[in-house]
Design a binder for this molecule. Structure first.
Ligand code: SAM
Length: 286
């Protein structure tokens, strides 16, 4: 649910949790109904540009680095030697940019269902698309569920599910059956990572179910990493990693320290800290 009221605030209401998040808007820059979703872009007074899909905040200039670094780097530093990476969703291209920072990565394919999202990023979020011309990047516009179905067995090192919430076009991306098909296309030692909603609001529901679905799909190791995300429901978000014959509780700490990537949030300590789950989350997952 959203509303741009007379005082020029964009407000996203989380009815089920009796809370809301609002940003003061200076201008509406885009309003498009695509074949899949309602896409809006606003200029805000203090968070830069804001992208909204079906009334839900997707990202702002000011804080998207938190989400994009945490969906990309923990998974890439967990895999022993990631060369072939696939991103399902992620049409704003921020995750793609983070993945391409890893020099060992040979090819990244991004499959978003909606080309309008990428067009909007090109116009209004130029810093997110700045690596799109990297020869290792391939951008496809198709249904990620179908793409995974058609992919070869054991062909991917890291699979990143950077989707919208589990309603509308992204619903299929949160189903056990889909995770089984993801497991099939990962090489042994492969790592899957999926954005997994709010630790505060969803530990006992969506995240718990996702973790058990991942285990049911054949992943032996699962880890949920919380991190701050001011513009998402509750201000706190998570990614959940799953390993195919590989532990996702450990990562390449030396590589995660010795790189020269200009990161703003991800560090070895942040990764270790995220792996140390708060007791209430441990209890919810037990
Ligand atoms: N950071 C965001 C969040 O967690 O709210 C997600 C960002 S990204 C913009 C989400 C993308 O997932 C959207 O561009 C949407 O088009 C895409 N998406 C949703 N369902 C999809 C599907 N079945 N296949 C591929 N992409 C999908």
């Amino acid at each position: 649910m959203s509303d741009l009221n007379q005082d020029q605030w964009f407000t996203e209401v989380f009815d089920s949790h009796g809370s809301a998040f609002a940003l003061r808007i200076s201008e509406k820059l885009l309003d498009v109904q695509s074949d899949y979703q309602h896409l809006e872009v606003y200029a805000t007074e203090t968070y830069g540009n804001l992208m909204v899909l079906d009334g839900c905040v997707m990202l702002t200039d000011r804080d998207n680095f938190l989400y994009h670094e945490m969906i990309a780097h923990p998974a890439l530093f967990t895999h022993e030697d990631p060369k072939r990476v696939v991103i399902i969703g992620g049409g704003d291209c921020g995750t793609l940019k983070e993945v391409l920072r890893h020099e060992g990565v040979e090819k990244v394919t991004q499959i978003d269902i909606d080309e309008e999202v990428t067009k909007a990023a090109e116009r209004f979020f130029p810093s997110l698309v700045e690596s799109n011309n990297d020869p290792r990047a391939e951008l496809l516009f198709a249904d990620g569920v179908k793409w995974v179905d058609d992919a070869e067995d054991e062909s991917i090192d890291v699979l990143i599910i950077d989707s919208t919430d589990p309603v509308g076009p992204a619903e299929g991306l949160f189903k056990t059956d889909f995770l089984k098909r993801c497991h099939r296309i990962l090489k042994p030692g492969g790592v899957l990572v999926q954005q997994s909603e709010s630790p505060l609001y969803h530990s006992g529901s969506i995240i718990r179910e996702l973790r058990s679905d991942m285990q049911a799909a054949g992943f032996e190791s699962v880890a949920t990493l919380p991190f701050p995300q001011p513009v998402y429901p509750s201000g706190w978000w998570s990614v959940t990693l799953a390993g195919k014959g590989a532990s996702v509780e450990r990562f390449r700490e030396e590589a995660a320290t010795g790189h020269e990537m200009p990161l703003q949030y991800y560090t070895v300590e942040a990764h270790r800290g995220a792996l140390a789950l708060p007791p209430f989350m441990r209890a919810a997952f037990a």
